[in-house]
Ligand binder design. Structure first.
Ligand code: ASP
Length: 314
């Protein structure tokens, strides 16, 4: 089999981890190992408030993480949703893929039980800074008081829903981290990891844990992943749409754009952006966003560090 170019790309802020992933690829490692190594770096970045340790909490002030991984040649998928207390959900998702082939997705307590049985380390994920951002969103200046902590409580539900309705990305780069890799054997893998929609209702699972919505990968056509308003990419199966467009012969940017056109046509009262990034089996890549300002990052064999590129705007 001819050697493929080795490439690793990712959504905004993935550059924290891409070099670690490229090291794996350069040493002849698999795209799966590369994605996991790169994503673990991102999950450990406490300054990143949308993934792993340091992620923003749900409406009850608890960090709940979603992550998934998909392999292009087999379309094997492993994911976890609403996991608390484990800092590396990407690794738990990989373990679901490898150790529970009869399942694709574990959520909540079951995912945590599986992670504990598999010996994954636990950690406190809510950092002081993330807690401060959460408290400031509750300030009376924003019209929201304290969130009562009993989920059964009527007022809790009302306040949590109010927070969810008011969500808007804070200033600066935000969103789920997507990482897509192509290894020398031509294997394509996509992984995503996120703390999800900040102030989400407890138990909410986003697109990042769902095949076809937040991520999709088929080694014949390409890998794709989404960022932003997960409920929209769930409703249009966004990542699958991008890969279908690649399969139909569209180029990477056009494939992302077609999905964004579809997602934008769905009635939705929340204004958060939707973004997509994709990688083809021959190493071409592209990204698009509904609003200006989004970037994505790319690293190839010859690069000393990731290049940060502008995503196309719808
Ligand atoms: N897609 C993520 C979710 O819906 C959020 C984001 O990327 O901002 O959970």
């Amino acid at each position: 089999m001819a050697k493929s170019p080795i490439v690793i790309i990712g959504s905004q802020r993935s550059e924290v981890g891409l070099s670690a992933g490229m090291d794996v690829l350069r040493n002849g490692g698999s795209a799966l190992d590369a994605v996991e190594a790169a994503m673990r770096r991102c999950e450990d970045d406490v300054d990143d408030h949308y993934v792993g340790t340091g992620g923003l909490p749900n409406a009850a002030g608890v960090v709940e993480l979603d992550a998934a991984v998909m392999i292009g040649s087999s379309r094997a998928f492993g994911g976890v949703g609403a996991v608390r207390g484990f800092p590396h959900p990407i690794s738990i998702a990989r373990r679901v893929l490898e150790q529970l082939p009869q399942h694709c997705l574990l959520v909540g307590e079951g995912a945590e039980l599986f992670a504990a049985e598999q010996g994954f380390e636990r950690a406190e994920l809510l950092t002081d800074e993330a807690a401060r951002l959460f408290r400031s969103s509750l300030s009376p200046a924003n019209g929201i008081g304290e969130v009562p902590t009993t989920p059964e409580n009527e007022r809790y539900r009302a306040t949590a829903l109010d927070l969810v309705r008011r969500f808007a990305p804070h200033d600066g780069p935000w969103g789920t981290i997507d990482i897509l890799a192509l290894d020398a054997h031509g294997e394509l893998v996509v992984g995503v990891s996120t703390s999800g929609f900040p102030w989400k209702y407890p138990g909410r699972v986003g697109d990042s844990a769902l095949p076809g919505a937040g991520l999709y990968c088929d080694a014949r056509f390409g890998a794709a992943a989404c960022t932003g308003r997960g409920e929209l990419t769930m409703r249009v199966t966004g990542a699958r749409m991008v890969v279908d467009a690649l399969a139909a012969g569209a180029d990477p940017v056009e494939s992302c754009r077609r999905m964004l056109v579809e997602a934008s046509s769905v009635p939705d009262q929340f204004s958060s952006d939707v973004r997509a990034v994709c990688l083809t089996p021959d190493g071409r890549h592209g990204a698009a966003a509904c609003k200006p300002g989004a970037t994505y990052s790319v690293m190839t064999d010859g690069d000393a560090e990731p290049a940060v590129l502008q995503a196309a705007v719808l």
